[in-house]
Design a binder for this molecule. Structure first.
Ligand SMILES: O=C(O)CCC(=O)C(=O)O
Ligand SMILES: [Fe+2]
Length: 266
């Protein structure tokens, strides 16, 4: 974990000329470097640079990754995949399903790794490192350096999530809430700006395999009963991701647009 955080700092602190070939906002690019700029006029700007590395179906040619963090990222993702598989078993069992249910669904079989660099902020009270949001994916596995700043919303109160050496933070995302028909709830969180910096964190978002993405998605049928009908309608992942793309940074949650039962209960 330490080596990963150090290599991400090393990458972000390279001169811009050495990173500019990766500079793009194109969604189809598997490896890209950019800043959290306002998506639309009127959106607030938040203070971080991002290196995003996508392992589609858990696979990426390592040569695509910048050499400053290639070895560390490629090793790190292997651990993340192991942890994800373990969690998939535990979540399946917690939902009363066979332990290989979520793994077989392949809903977490691609990894999008956001390697974040929050520079020191001279006026931290005027902005946020990352605004209040919930993650759009199934599962987020996060590591952060020693500076802190991450907060979770619990009972309408912001609670600090202080750094703990060698600890991973695991969050449910919105798609897990939908899949579990509200048995698991995705957590709202934010990152405060700080005078001290830079702050480094790495968020690994688990998203569907290409095979899973080709099928309609909604609450797991085994979890739908007369007592607990489907809270959400079925949809294609692409519809969901397009929704976020068109709304830009102003969307805090997409749940409302995906509420509504489309399942018949016999
Ligand atoms: O930097 C962090 O600690 C959190 C980042 C985050 O919430 C995100 O990238 O979705
Ligand atoms: Fe997040």
């Amino acid at each position: 974990m330490k080596a990963m955080l150090e290599s991400i700092k090393r990458f972000h602190e390279l001169p811009d000329e050495e990173k500019e070939s990766l500079y793009t906002y194109e969604r189809s690019k598997l490896v890209k470097w950019n800043s959290n700029l306002p998506a639309q006029k009127g959106d607030p700007a938040f203070g971080m640079d991002v290196l995003n590395v996508v392992y589609t179906n858990d696979h990426l040619d390592p040569n695509e990754i910048p050499s400053a963090c290639r070895k560390e990222t490629d090793e790190y993702v292997k651990y993340m995949i192991e942890v994800r598989e373990l969690m998939a078993e535990l979540f399946s069992e917690a939902l009363g399903l066979p332990s290989d249910y979520l793994s077989k669904m392949e809903c977490m079989k691609s990894q999008s790794i956001s390697c974040l660099y929050y520079p020191a902020c001279p006026e931290p009270h005027k902005t946020l490192g990352a605004p209040k949001h919930s993650d759009t994916t199934f599962l987020t596995l996060l590591i952060q350096d020693t500076l802190g700043g991450l907060q979770m919303l619990r009972d309408k109160q912001w609670v600090d999530i202080p750094p703990v050496p060698r600890a991973l933070i695991a969050n449910f995302g919105d798609l897990m809430q939908i899949l579990s028909n509200d048995e698991f709830i995705s957590v709202e969180h934010r990152v405060l700006s700080q005078l001290a910096g830079p702050r480094i964190s790495v968020a690994t978002f688990s998203t569907p395999s290409t095979r899973a993405a080709g099928k309609p998605f909604g609450p797991i049928k085994e979890l739908i009963t007369n007592e607990k009908p489907a809270v959400y309608r079925d949809f294609m992942f692409e519809e969901y991701f397009q929704y976020y793309k068109t709304k830009g940074a102003r969307v805090e949650s997409a749940f409302e647009d995906f509420i509504g039962s489309s399942c018949m209960i016999m």
